[in-house]
Design a protein around this ligand. Structure first.
Ligand code: AMP
Ligand code: ZN
Length: 110
């Protein structure tokens, strides 16, 4: 837990959010300002600032994010139509919330 981290507050239910999925390791919720018809944020409960801060011990945590993404894409009905997975890394990469998260974007008609 990092104080003043928005996603830590969401993970710890200090800020209201509806989880589409949660387990001991991850939570998933809808992006408040969606960039696609389906825009989910897949968030490890553990506070890690960004991809730059990954250590070897985090490998299974990050690997698990991709399995969870495939599961969520299927649940949202975008697995066959297709989707994007995105990490923004630091300010220049568009990161605004400095708690590791994977964007799942999909649901376009094309
Ligand atoms: P990033 O720019 O990669 O750090 O992504 C942060 C994302 O969090 C943005 O797409 C925001 O729209 C989203 N966001 C910010 N506050 C909230 C919130 N309270 N609930 C859900 N999503 C949020
Ligand atoms: Zn955090």
């Amino acid at each position: 837990m990092s104080e003043d981290c928005l996603f830590c507050k969401i993970v710890n239910k200090e800020i209201e959010s509806q989880f589409l999925y949660e387990d001991d390791t991850y939570v998933v919720f809808k992006d408040i300002n969606p960039s696609a018809p389906v825009h989910l944020l897949l968030v490890p409960r553990r506070h890690i600032r960004s991809i730059n801060d990954l250590e070897p011990a985090h490998e299974s945590l990050v690997g698990g994010l991709f399995s969870l993404a495939a599961k969520m894409a299927k649940e949202q009905g975008v697995d066959k139509s297709g989707y994007k997975l995105l990490f923004n890394v630091e300010k220049g990469g568009g990161q605004m919330v400095f708690h590791l998260h994977l964007h799942l974007l999909g649901g376009w008609q094309r």
